[in-house]
Design a protein around this ligand. Structure first.
Ligand code: PRX
Length: 632
């Protein structure tokens, strides 16, 4: 059996094999990789604990599979084209062989700073090649990377560094974002005032802004790396050793560190990459995500390199210098597979077809979507005008916790239905559960989306708190992994994601817990109490609506209070989580037992004025009336 599925019939056969005999199915696929020692058992699992081990007893290093394994045949092949933020700045390209040596040099630098297997390294970097090199360098020596999206604030960064007890931070002086420059190093310096686990910081000079360097702690990336030997033995890793931690938001508490391990993640990201995108030799793949999110981890760094692919890495944003940038980059590199988020598609749709039509998009073969439900209008526009009605749209549903794509078409081999992610990949066993937790067997139904069987890249734990992993994902429905999403299954068995059923909102494909935003608002001196909900937003998918009870004893203007509240969110989380609307209210709708009735607030945010369903438990109905009368 090969990794590659070449028709819908082959998919059906693989799917059946994967459910009838998962151990044989995944064992055969794993055998196509390079192992120092073969595994003892393919799978050992129990969702109640939860305990999931894939390829246990196997020894390997994921970077040998991403780099060393390809050197003989593909040493001179481009691994990455790097497209700078400024289209007139110099582009870069790096071959597999150069990437290998750069990774080794960086790995040696990490070792020279005392980083060993199992140590956590925080990466807070722009979309530059050095970020990718740093990620792989960690994996080379068995250090656990924790990448923090460079749009998060210093407080959010400090929380993540502290939770992981990172010893080292790799960052840059700053980053380019369209016409703006953002000073990252300053954020790191602020964060580190609250972190004592960090002994060293490596700073890459990206925007040439002469960032302050702290003697003894801070090291210039280029100076440090260039003195290092360009080979570095890969650390032998157990399949179940930690590969990385990635923080993601949930309905309660602070973001949690989702843990992925080496063997299963390697097998699944490569397998899903090749099949979903139907990547072929000499193709050019482009995933527009940031490395700070799981999409960047799995489909910029790990999946493509494991499969020996050539990819584009883009430093900039879709609208700079204008809304034709994505299409200009597709044309420039003859991109064959393009993978982006619905929010970007919706934003670029607004720029009009004249923009798109200036570019030659003939090279495209498969176009993908990820991060949030894609609405029908955006799907159709993408299919008609970007794919020119000849490229399949792969609407890929998955999560930070799933490590790789779970529901999706496989290139042109699967039937398509706009807004439907489609069928599960081989090895993925979704079920829909009803309100009582019972499995719904029929089609043409709606329910809570769960998984009844493990797949190689399922999260193993939440860092430092296994109970939390159990409570959040494996306790709602005994014996199942709960995704937090609601879904429909149509008459043909295709899945359509409805959206989150918990207090998580998805803003431009980015996940936030409402509680997390409320906590940030509540740090403000004006805030007494707040409630945050999501509401439909034409571009972002969901917008953030905050209802805040304030203390305005000093008669501050509403505008000034709102600005101050916004600033607290920027400081606590980052600009990406700023509410779209803030309504100052005198009270929140609560039940007699003091619980906020978010259901009512969500309806008001959606524009509802009168129909709020059962309000009999409401303590003070006049509160609702007041909020409706002043809703934004
Ligand atoms: O609600 C689903 C939505 O994004 C959530 C996962 O977010 P995150 O862990 O940040 O990962 C995003 C990128 C993989 C899911 O629970 N989601 C993701 N992809 C889709 C989606 N919703 C609908 N359709 C999708 N294709």
């Amino acid at each position: 059996m090969s990794l590659r599925i070449n028709s819908f019939e082959e998919y059906q056969i693989s799917y059946e094999e994967s459910t009838l005999n998962p151990e044989k199915f995944w064992g055969d696929i794993a055998a196509t990789f390079q192992w120092n020692k073969k595994w003892d058992t393919v799978l050992d699992w129990n969702f109640s604990e939860p305990r999931v081990k894939w390829f246990d007893g196997g020894k390997m290093n994921i970077t040998e599979n991403m780099l060393d394994r390809h050197l003989e045949k593909k040493g001179d092949q481009i691994a990455f084209y790097w497209e700078p933020n400024d289209p007139n700045a110099k582009q870069k390209r790096i071959t597999y062989s150069t990437l290998y040596h750069e990774v080794c040099k960086t790995a040696n630098a990490l070792k020279a700073l005392g980083i060993k297997k199992g140590d956590r390294v925080c990466i807070y970097m722009p979309m530059v090649l050095e970020a990718i090199v740093s990620i792989i360098a960690c994996a080379r020596i068995g250090a656990v990377h924790s990448i923090v999206f460079a749009g998060f604030s210093s407080t959010a960064l400090a929380d993540r560094i502290n939770d992981a007890q990172a010893k080292l931070v790799i960052t840059a002086d700053g980053l380019n974002r369209g016409a703006k420059k953002i000073h990252l190093k300053q954020m790191v310096d602020d964060a580190l005032k609250a972190c004592n686990s960090v002994t060293d910081v490596i700073v890459f000079d990206c925007i040439n802004c002469n960032a302050d360097m702290l003697e003894g702690r801070d090291h210039d990336y280029t100076t440090l790396i260039q003195q290092m030997p360009d080979t570095c033995k890969a650390e032998p890793m157990d399949s179940e050793d930690l590969l990385f931690i990635l923080y993601t938001s949930g309905s309660t508490g602070k973001p949690k560190g989702v843990v992925h391990t080496c063997g299963g993640y390697m097998v699944y990201t490569s397998y899903s990459f090749e099949n979903v995108f139907q990547y072929e030799e000499n193709d050019v793949f482009w995933c527009t995500a940031d490395i700070g999110w799981i999409t960047g981890h799995s489909y910029i760094v790990y999946g493509p390199l494991l499969s020996g692919a050539t990819s584009v890495v883009f430093e900039g944003i879709p609208t700079y210098p204008d809304s034709g940038r994505f299409w200009a980059v597709c044309e420039k590199y003859n991109v064959n597979q393009f993978y982006t988020a619905p929010t970007a598609i919706r934003a670029l749709m607004g720029a009009g077809l004249e923009v798109v039509n200036q570019y030659n998009l003939e090279s495209l073969k498969v176009i993908g979507s990820v991060g949030e439900p894609i609405n029908e209008e955006a799907w159709q526009w993408y299919y008609d005008h970007i794919g020119k009605k000849k490229c399949p749209v792969v609407d890929t549903w998955w999560q930070t916790e799933t490590g790789g794509i779970m529901l999706s078409g496989l290139g042109a081999h699967s039937p398509m239905n706009p807004t439907h992610a489609g069928y599960p990949l081989p090895g993925i066993q979704p079920v829909l559960l009803d309100n009582n937790g019972a499995v719904i067997h029929e089609n043409d139904v709606e329910g809570y989306l769960c998984m009844k069987f493990p797949w190689p890249s399922v999260l193993r734990t939440t860092y430092g708190d296994h109970n939390r992993c159990k409570n959040v994902y494996f306790s709602n429905y005994e014996g199942y992994y709960f995704t937090g999403d609601g879904a429909k299954r149509d008459r043909n068995g295709m899945y359509r994601i409805i959206g989150r059923v918990d207090d998580v909102i998805n803003v431009s494909g980015h996940r936030f817990g409402t509680a997390e935003i409320e906590d940030a608002i509540n740090t403000n001196e004006f805030a007494i109490e707040s409630a945050v909900v999501g509401y439909p937003h034409a571009i972002k998918g969901q917008g953030i609506y905050a209802y805040v009870v304030v203390n305005d004893a000093n008669q501050t203007t509403t505008e000034a209070i709102k600005n101050a509240l916004m600033n607290s969110v920027t400081a606590g989380i980052g600009k990406i989580a700023k509410p779209d609307k803030i309504q100052i209210v005198s009270g929140l709708p609560k039940t007699r037992s003091g619980k906020i009735m978010r259901r009512i607030l969500r309806k008001i945010a959606e524009g509802e004025k009168t129909e709020f369903g059962d309000t009999s438990t409401l303590l003070d109905p006049s509160v609702v009336e007041e909020i409706v009368n002043h809703s934004i």
